[in-house]
Structure formats: structure tokens, C-alpha cells
Design a protein around this ligand. Structure first.
Ligand SMILES: [Cu+2]
Length: 69
């Protein structure tokens, strides 16, 4: 099932951060689209929930220094 969710992202402070976050997410299986918002410090992710979980997204981003909540 394709599901859209918004997560708060810690440490996202500039366009470099949002590029890293977007790239990291797009490399994950099951991610359909990524939209970062620097003002609200969050990311809107469209994902296939049969291929990826929030936990996996969290782990991948945490490794880059951007934990989500
Ligand atoms: Cu940055």
C-alpha cells in the first residue's frame, strides 16, 4: 500500500542537509517520493509500506545524522 507520511527531522538546517536526506531516502527500496521542508524541518515521504517501514527509514537517516520522529 502506498502511504504518505510526514516526519520531523532533527538537525536539518540547510539545503545541504535536505539534499543528503533526499538522496539517502531515494536510495531506499519502497520510497516513491521525498519532499523536504526546511522551514518546518520535516520531510514528506510517499512510500510502499509493503517494502519499507518507518523503522528502516529512521535507521538509514540516523546513520547520516538526521533522526526522525
Ligand atoms: Cu546542512
Amino acid at each position: 500500500m502506498i502511504q504518505e507520511e510526514v516526519f520531523k527531522v532533527k538537525n536539518m538546517k540547510c539545503t545541504g542537509c535536505s539534499e543528503t536526506i533526499t538522496k539517502t531516502l531515494n536510495n531506499l527500496k519502497g520510497i516513491k517520493s521525498v519532499e523536504t521542508n526546511l522551514d518546518s524541518k520535516d520531510v514528506k515521504i510517499s512510500m510502499d509500506t509493503s517494502q519499507i517501514t518507518k523503522k528502516e527509514i529512521d535507521i538509514a537517516l540516523k546513520q547520516k545524522g538526521y533522526p526522525i520522529s
